[in-house]
Design a protein around this ligand. Structure first.
Ligand code: DGJ
Length: 366
């Protein structure tokens, strides 16, 4: 039986190989991806920036062995040394040059936010046309994920080095746009009300720049139960204090946002640590919501558990309006550094739902 699978696989591979036109840019989801030096790409939970004809891929540089920290018992989760934020560049999306660490972690000072024992996850970089600065946002946390903060760094150049500005819990002192008096009533279980003064918990996150240049941070808040959409200041360095609660009590994380035909779309996941769960998607006419759930966008073998993956970013293909690539991590929780990348095209069905269909091999749009 096994031989039959192998033989079928080889035949399919040869047929596909013959089908791809010469010079085609081919993506093979879930296979080992190497940079131009032949090293395996180390950029997990990543994000993408397209700037002056070049794609920059930023991600978690996961260093060395995966271990089970004692402090992390409550989560039962595995961890790896945080090496910082890596950066790779490409003009064709398949050939990636290692640009080194855009933001290194701090191996010397165990009390520093960027200490290697801490968490540096889901980095995203946006470019501010007004200030001409590249601004990096990421999930900064303590080893047991209790700090739940956002880190910000800034650079004059896309590959860095970025200067670390610090971390905080977003929106201290601000009330959500859509909070009712009931939502704000203090009670031991009301995390929104508890954190009004000191700032809201922020774990998995992404940032998104709208057509008018206004930027927003999406972060899993209130102990991962509710997501917040938070407008950033004009310089993109702080929250502007205007935010809304979305997917209330639905425990979404891993948000990836894009805009198509005037609508905002989100791909995300549920909260099961490094283990995969059914993908989620949603659409909204206004970025602050309401967001309407569209279900699991994945189709094909393995779709029920997002092909063993979790979302990290949706990339609009430059110069190809309507073409988007959904980027996922296939986490290997026993060896996080070896987690793989799964990129698949996004499609829209007749009802406007998102579709991400499994493919062993596909060709990027010319
Ligand atoms: C799920 C998140 O999406 C990941 O970024 C990471 O924080 C893991 N949880 C840790 O268990």
């Amino acid at each position: 039986m096994k031989n039959l699978f192998v033989a079928t696989g080889i035949v399919c591979g040869l047929v596909l190989l013959a089908a791809a036109p010469a010079g085609a840019r081919v993506v093979e989801p879930g296979t080992i991806w190497r940079d131009t030096n032949g090293q395996i790409i180390n950029a997990h939970g990543g994000g993408m920036l397209f700037h002056e004809g070049i794609y920059y891929w930023y991600g978690e540089f996961k260093e060395g062995l995966t271990y089970l920290p004692k402090v992390n018992k409550a989560w039962g989760g595995t961890r790896v040394i945080a090496g910082g934020v890596s950066c790779y560049s490409s003009t064709d999306l398949v050939t990636w040059k290692n640009e080194g660490l855009a933001l290194p972690s701090n191996a010397q000072d165990p009390d520093h936010d960027l200490a290697a024992e801490n968490v540096i996850e889901r980095p995203k970089v946006i470019y501010n046309v007004r200030t001409k600065k590249f601004v990096m946002w990421f999930h900064q946390d303590s080893p047991n994920y209790a700090a739940a903060r956002s880190g910000v760094a800034v650079s004059d150049t896309p590959a860095g080095p970025f200067k670390y500005l610090g971390s905080f819990r977003p929106n201290a002192g601000a009330r959500p746009l859509n909070a009712t008096e009931e939502d704000l009533k203090p009670s031991p279980r009301n995390l929104l009300a508890r954190d009004l003064e000191g700032g809201q918990m922020a774990r998995d996150m992404t940032v998104f720049v709208d057509d008018d240049g206004t930027a927003y941070q999406f972060y899993a808040s209130e102990s991962n139960q509710t997501m917040h959409v938070s407008q950033l200041s004009d310089d993109y360095l702080r929250p502007a204090g205007k935010y809304a609660r979305i997917h209330i009590g639905k425990a979404w994380e891993a948000p990836a946002i894009f805009k198509h035909n005037g609508k905002y779309y989100m791909i995300g996941s549920g909260t099961t640590g490094w283990d995969p769960n059914p993908g989620r998607s949603a659409v909204a006419d206004s970025i602050f919501g309401p967001w309407r759930e569209l279900g699991n966008p994945c189709q094909g073998p393995g779709a029920e558990l997002t092909f063993g993956c979790q979302s990290n970013y949706v990339l609009p293909v430059a110069g190809r309006p309507g073409r988007f690539i959904a980027m996922f991590d296939r986490w290997n929780k026993w060896n996080l550094q070896d987690s793989l990348y799964v990129w698949l095209p996004v499609e829209f069905d007749a009802e406007g739902k998102l579709l991400v269909s499994w493919q062993y091999r596909w060709t990027l749009p010319e």
